[in-house]
Design a protein around this ligand. Structure first.
Ligand SMILES: Cc1ncc(COP(=O)(O)O)c(C=O)c1O
Length: 444
């Protein structure tokens, strides 16, 4: 083994503690195990304990840890190339652009690659501004999350008081873009206590009112996560997305789908396939590179695209290694992984819903493919969120050998988004461990 790697791999606890003092983290719930290696859906910590990982590490390891096919492609390609300047063409970039253009819905067929989700969101905003002139304002939804770059943070709920206090983005207001927010059709709970259909109608009415009277001029674009992930896995109703599409057409603005979390994970390549609604711009990130950094936007050839005068230029926007990994990922998705995602997602969703009788604290199970949220409440009638218990269930997971995600603006949603290669036995293990964790916390 390389001596540097050997030193790194052999660090003892004291060295880890010393080194940790120099780390500065601006987010992410710490306090979990120190991870050493992974294979498939399983990861081992430095003490040799293993965990089923329901987070896919930022939901990005679509094929799990150390996937043999992806590793093979990386090994072969790294002998030829890794980093390439954006100005040079490469065969992987040609191939991937063509592939994404062929898969994307409607006339979306021009791809621009970039370095991460926040930057991709900003790239989409730039395309909107070029095409909807004169326009300045962007519309986004309550509880949305689109990143923490200065250009995207204003669209993320972390810049609001949604969590009960001002946190994160609210400290950067002097440089963060203001976004105009419209209510999200979170049909499980709403501030008016009306039924779900009525609330969807109210959200659409509010959207229309805002477009008509709440914005100076045309909005530059309307940015939406078709399934609001960070908000707590909130699946937007199809009818809402349809009507939002129509509103965008009526008000001559562009509809942007932030598919950074939904791409393939919902059992379809794109939300347009899932909901039957085609946006003007799709934003991709996270899983796109099979665990390597890669993000992209896809637009229609009818839109004015970036001009080659440094409108969109990043040192690492042509990551050749990530691109071959992505190409291989897409081949595997098409072969069988997407089907597996649909099947295992439905299996987990059914299994979790079946637990609701015994655990009425499970207020709602929201599942689309392997994009799953379980919302915990004190009582299904009052829907009072139980935050401490949800946090405790996640912590109990570490003892039971499972890593859950935790989120939602109220922090009462467990996120269960394992790699898309999950087997039936692993799905059963997740269900059994989830039940064991709930029992330990809710029935002690
Ligand atoms: C829906 C969505 N959009 C944008 C982002 C930002 O992506 P990144 O963290 O790669 O900047 C995220 C990240 O969690 C996300 O979930």
């Amino acid at each position: 083994m390389d001596p540097v790697l050997e030193t790194i791999y052999n660090m003892d606890t004291a060295s880890m503690e010393r080194c940790a003092q120099h780390l500065m983290l601006g987010g992410g719930t710490r306090g979990g195990p120190v991870l050493a290696r992974g294979k498939g859906v399983r990861v081992w910590d430095t003490d040799g304990n293993d965990y089923v990982d329901c987070t896919s590490q930022s939901w990005a390891l679509y094929l799990g840890y150390a996937n043999d096919d992806i590793n093979q492609v990386i090994r072969e390609h790294i002998e030829n190339m890794s980093h390439v300047h954006q100005g040079f063409d490469t065969l992987p970039r040609f191939y991937l652009a063509d592939k994404l253009a062929a898969l994307a819905p409607g006339e979306l067929n021009r791809v621009s690659f970039t370095v991460g989700g926040g930057a991709a969101l900003e790239a989409a905003m730039k395309i909107c501004m070029k095409n909807v002139e004169p326009a300045r304002d962007f519309v986004c939804l309550h509880d949305s999350y689109h990143g923490t770059t200065l250009g995207s943070m204003g669209a993320s709920w972390v810049s609001t008081k949604a969590s009960g206090k001002y946190i994160g983005g609210s400290r950067f207001l002097s440089l963060t873009r203001p976004f105009i927010r419209i209510p999200n059709p979170y049909t499980y709970r709403n501030p008016f206590g009306v039924d779900a259909d009525t609330y969807v109608d109210m959200c659409l009415t509010m959207a229309r009112e805002t477009f008509q009277r709440g914005i100076a001029g045309r909005p530059a674009g309307v940015i939406v996560e078709p399934i609001q992930a960070s908000a707590g896995q909130v699946i937007l109703p199809e009818s809402y997305l349809w009507e939002l599409r129509e509103l965008c057409d009526e008000f001559e603005t562009l509809l942007v789908f932030d598919e950074i979390q939904t791409f393939a994970r919902i059992g379809e390549m794109f939300a347009a396939d899932y909901f039957g609604v085609t946006p003007d711009i799709i934003v991709l990130g996270k899983g796109l590179g099979a665990g390597l950094p890669l993000a992209a936007i896809i637009i229609s050839h009818k839109l004015e695209r970036f001009a080659p005068d440094a409108e969109e230029l990043h040192t690492f926007a042509n990551p050749s290694l990530s691109m071959v990994a992505s190409a291989k990922l897409i081949a595997l998705l098409e072969e069988s992984v997407l089907d597996n995602c649909r099947q295992m997602g439905a299996y987990l969703g059914d299994g979790m819903r079946a637990m609701m009788d015994e655990y009425p604290e499970i207020g709602d199970v929201r599942q689309a493919g392997l994009h799953i949220g379980v919302e915990f409440v004190r009582d299904p009638e009052t829907k009072e969120p139980i935050v401490d218990e949800t946090v405790a269930i996640r912590s109990e997971g570490f003892s039971q050998g499972i890593i859950f995600g935790l989120g939602g603006v109220r922090r009462n949603v467990l996120k269960i988004k394992p790699p898309l290669i999950l087997s039936r036995a692993e799905a059963d293990e997740i269900l059994a461990k989830l039940e064991a964790c709930m029992k330990a916390v809710l029935r002690k």
